[in-house]
Design a protein. Structure first.
Lengths: 293, 405
């Protein structure tokens, strides 16, 4: 079953894996941020990604807007959507009970997915763009242009998110709430507002990920789930709540998936991801960059 | 509930349209014969919706044509009235619709598209001695159950694969045997795995060297790895057996990765004989060959029907000519039976020598329900069009093989 491949084929598989991994990282960023601050697992993450992908499709078909130009408006729109969702739906409905939050986000995912199914049917759609199948020729490897762009933007977004958290007042408030909710409230931080801002940031990263995915990927009402399952593994590998962890974890998972796909076949490609998931839980439950309990 | 609503609306539309036609062509109304009801079963919702829609277009075209030409003459010029059933892409719904069609008194049922739907629906029809003409369904189980009511106009899986391999060898020999090494790419479900296994055994026996058999899941997110492996193996020939979406992804990735084998030869592939693929991705589709159902390009009626379909902004898919021909075959049997009696229609079908169809089959001859003359043809994407390249009797273009580039 295993065969040896020439080095440049393996190298190309590794590079492909890094490029895919950056998008995994971006999807995982939103998840890990929300977990780190709100301490909830957002089960609606996949459905929101699907929603964002359909939004990219619609602004392209409706207004002819290029997916990459849609990044700014859609990120802003999804920030507001996420903010509103946390402030006016999740928070009031959950009454500060973690179990209830879990169920609310699960319910949201069902509502969003089925609304999409009702509107768009179960058909698989994709965008046709001039550059969808353009390549970057590195001399030793041919890389897909949309993935190279996706990689670059994903790294930039991770950097920007880190900067927001480290350098701005809002970022400091978010970190304060993440560390000590009661203390943060006592020094005058509006905890509900910070929660909603965090959820909004998470939603905005999903919108950006959708813009980066659509030039080379298809969408149907269940498309987002495939990424979120991987993103959960990334979050666990990188350390729950850690932003550098999500980035490094995403890249590692991307490479593992690509190499497994090359050597074991695409039907078994994801086996490596879940092996890692199990190994991390066994050997290093806090993840690569997780805070020690 | 929705199906019933849909039906009554369609029923109303059909009646209205027929009424308008009668008004516009008063010369045709010679006798006031009651219409003959014909069940048309297609999956027009669910994941097979596209195929079902095109099947219905073909069936409707045939019914309109027959009615405009004066209906069933041996029944006093009785019009054919379509009773449409949506198989909703699953066998259970197909069975329910056949039950309903029976209750409405149809003389015969045509269609089904997918093998599981055809299997279940024809079995349901057999309980009422209701003639059932399969349009596409390639599973050979369909005609091996000894059901007297079931007829398949098109070729089955066994015939398709046998012809595909025979034609590949002829094609390769005629070009001076440029292809020696082969990579098989298949989806990892029943269809792709079965086909790849068969191709693997037969092609090895014929002297081809199978370098590797690569499986991929459906749906696949990415074909980069499959393309990389093909590039590493550098085969003369790539033989894919995948569904539409995955094959399109593979062809586009191979084009992107500049992988240019001497030929891509698909068997019963959803994409390589689909104009959607050709129009949307002309570069990736160029020179891809397929062995599949296809209308006879030399018959004038084929061109006429194709123009008619394309004028409505639709693609020319094989579902159209297959259903068009299957409905005409059924109408011919009703004509010769001179009766609405189902058993008489079954007898007329079994004795059919119908040749006024647009498939490359010759006169119809049923043995145990299978049309023995039915065979697939080889098509190739050339210059933005799908051309028949093999067999010579039906070809409207020369094969481009090996592909140089």
């Amino acid at each position: 079953m295993l065969r040896s491949y020439p080095p440049q084929i393996v190298l190309e598989a590794v590079l492909n894996g890094l490029l895919t991994g950056a998008v995994y990282a971006l999807v995982a960023l939103g998840l890990t941020l929300v977990y780190g601050v709100l301490h909830i697992i957002n089960f609606a993450h996949g459905a929101m990604l699907t929603l964002a992908m359909f939004a990219v499709l619609m602004v392209h078909l409706g207004f002819g807007l290029d997916p990459y130009l849609a990044i700014a408006p859609l990120a802003a729109l999804f920030f507001l959507f996420g903010y509103g969702l946390q402030r006016f739906v999740i928070s009031p409905a959950s009454r500060n009970d973690d179990g209830a939050i879990l169920l609310v986000t699960l319910g949201l995912s069902i509502v969003i997915e089925n609304a999409l199914l009702a509107v768009f049917r179960s058909d698989t759609r994709s965008l046709t763009l001039d550059y969808s199948f353009s390549i970057v020729d590195l001399g030793f490897a041919l890389l897909s242009l949309p993935r190279v762009i996706g990689f670059g933007v994903a790294i930039l977004v991770a950097g920007a998110l880190w900067a927001i958290l480290a350098l701005t007042d809002t970022g400091k408030a978010i970190r304060a709430v993440a560390k000590e909710k009661l203390g943060a409230a006592l020094v005058g931080i509006d905890v509900n507002h910070v929660y909603a801002v965090t959820f909004g940031l998470g939603a905005a990263t999903i919108a950006i990920a959708a813009c980066l995915l659509m030039p080379s990927f298809y969408v149907n009402p269940r498309a987002g789930n495939a990424f979120v399952l991987v993103a959960f593994t990334v979050v666990v590998l990188g350390g729950m709540g850690s932003i550098p962890g999500a980035l490094v974890g995403g890249l590692i998972i991307g490479v593992v998936e690509s190499l497994c796909g090359l050597y074991l076949g695409d039907s078994l490609g994801q086996i490596g991801i879940f092996l890692i998931f199990i190994l991390v839980l066994l050997l290093r439950p806090t993840g690569l960059f997780g805070a020690r309990a | 509930m929705t199906a019933t609503d849909g039906f009554s609306r369609r029923h109303l539309l059909a009646t209205g349209a027929a009424g308008a036609m009668v008004l516009s062509a008063p010369g045709l109304v010679r006798a006031q014969a009651a219409p003959v009801k014909l069940g048309i079963l297609q999956p027009v919702t669910g994941n097979l919706a596209q195929d079902g829609e095109y099947g219905r277009i073909g069936a409707e075209a045939a019914i309109n044509e027959i009615n405009q030409a004066g209906g069933i003459k041996s029944l006093g010029g009785a019009r054919i009235e379509m009773v449409f059933g949506d198989a909703r892409s699953n066998p259970e719904a197909g069975t329910q619709e056949v039950e309903r069609m029976h209750a409405e008194g149809v003389a015969a049922v045509v269609g089904g598209f997918a093998s599981p739907i055809c299997l279940a629906a024809s079995q349901a029809a057999s309980r009422y001695d209701l003639p059932y003409v399969v349009d596409v369904g390639v599973s050979d189980q369909i005609v091996s159950r000894g059901l007297k009511n079931t007829f398949r106009f098109g070729p089955g899986f066994g015939t398709c694969t046998r012809v595909a391999i025979e034609n590949l060898v002829k094609l390769n020999d005629a070009a001076g045997k440029p292809a020696k090494t082969v990579v098989l790419v298949h989806e990892d479900g029943l269809f792709g795995t079965g086909l790849a296994k068969l191709m693997n055994e037969r092609l090895s026996a014929l002297g081809f060297q199978i370098l590797e058999t690569i499986a991929h899941p459906t749906p696949a997110r990415d074909m980069s790895n499959v393309a990389l492996r093909i590039r590493a193996l550098n085969p003369d020939l790539v033989i894919p057996s995948s569904y539409y979406g995955e094959f399109v992804l593979l062809a586009r990735t191979m084009q992107q990765q500049r992988i240019r084998p001497k030929g891509i030869y698909a068997v019963l592939n959803g994409a390589a004989s689909n104009f959607r693929f050709v129009k949307e991705f002309p570069d990736a589709a160029l020179n891809v060959m397929d062995c599949n159902h296809w209308a006879d390009p030399r018959k004038p009626k084929t061109a006429e029907l194709r123009r008619q379909v394309e004028a409505t902004g639709r693609f020319w898919l094989y579902n159209v000519p297959l259903n068009y021909s299957a409905v005409k075959l059924t109408a011919d049997a009703i004509e010769r039976a001179g009766s609405r009696d189902r058993v008489k229609i079954i007898e007329a079908l079994a004795a059919s020598t119908f040749s006024d169809h647009i498939m490359p089959y010759g006169p119809t001859k049923f043995e145990n329900g299978q049309n023995m003359g039915a065979a697939p043809v080889n098509t190739q994407v050339q210059g933005g069009d799908i051309k028949v390249i093999f067999p010579d009797a039906f070809a409207d273009a020369k094969p481009v093989f090996p592909v140089v580039g």
